[in-house]
Design a protein around this ligand. Structure first.
Ligand SMILES: Nc1ccn([C@@H]2O[C@H](COP(=O)(O)OP(=O)(O)OP(=O)(O)O)[C@@H](O)[C@H]2O)c(=O)n1
Ligand SMILES: C[C@](O)(CO)[C@H](O)COP(=O)(O)O
Length: 228
């Protein structure tokens, strides 16, 4: 079951406060983006990788891809203002009209096992996303005073890769673009055009490196992988 993957890596990484694109930060001597790309490079189901970058960083990224022998890249396209715009630019470069995955450049710990489960579910249902059950008690608040404690049993924290039939996710992005709607993930765009989205139970270690604390978690995950 083959698929293509779009990897948005054109963000500013403001919350990471690293002074450089967070995807260039090294984790045990390997840049974050390289770790993410290698998962797909090593997956035999992946027929092509489309990377979305900031134009100003093109040379830097191209050098990394060649230094770390990433061979499955079929296109390197320019990002947009929001993640959603970057993903849309990437989707327009998809060549094969079956299944596409969309995966954050800043999530290096996804496993091939999870990817395959998502591809199978997307093939059957049109859209599939990985998510983990929310463990904390969630409160809705205004001006830092609690309004409501939200029922937790139906809450999931959503990750990537998100897997879709190409035509469905393209239609969802086109409609969002037309309506001026911005969502925080791609599945939400499919939901708003009436598409069904299947949840696949994910892994708490599939973190997105967002703030400096996440670098500590990333080092811990990497160390535990070496030991186990
Ligand atoms: N205009 C954008 C914004 C984000 N991304 C990418 O989307 C992924 C998830 O975004 P996030 O972690 O929120 O990254 P940033 O937007 O870079 O972070 P911040 O909001 O802290 O600036 C990242 O791999 C990021 O590079 C992108 O390609 N284009
Ligand atoms: C799709 C996503 O990974 C959902 O968790 C997304 O990248 C989230 O980005 P955010 O800017 O941290 O909401």
């Amino acid at each position: 079951m083959m698929y293509e993957v779009v990897i948005p890596a054109a963000g500013q990484g403001k919350r990471m406060k690293a002074g450089v694109n967070k995807q260039l930060i090294e984790l045990q001597n390997e840049p974050l983006i390289v770790r993410t790309l290698k998962v797909f490079e090593n997956d035999e189901w992946c027929r092509g990788i489309i990377v979305v970058i900031n134009e100003a960083e093109r040379t830097q990224f191209e050098q990394l891809f060649s230094r770390f022998h990433i061979k499955k890249i079929t296109a390197i396209v320019s990002g947009g203002k929001e993640r959603q715009h970057s993903v849309y630019n990437g989707l327009k470069a998809v060549k094969n009209g079956d299944i596409v995955l969309i995966h954050d450049g800043a999530r290096p710990f996804v496993t091939i096992e999870h990817i395959h489960e998502l591809v199978k579910e997307a093939k059957e249902h049109g859209a599939a996303i990985p998510a983990v059950r929310v463990k904390d008690t969630i409160k809705k608040a205004r001006d830092q005073f609690v309004e409501e404690t939200v029922e937790r049993s139906s809450l999931w924290a959503v990750q990537t890769p998100q897997a879709f039939h190409v035509s469905l996710v393209l239609r969802a992005h086109e409609q969002a673009q037309k309506d001026g709607y911005i969502g925080t993930d791609d599945a939400s765009l499919v939901e708003r055009i009436g598409g069904k989205v299947k949840i696949v139970e994910g892994d708490y270690r599939n973190i997105k490196l967002t703030t400096p604390d996440d670098l500590l978690f990333a080092e811990a995950i990497l160390s535990s992988w070496v030991i186990s």
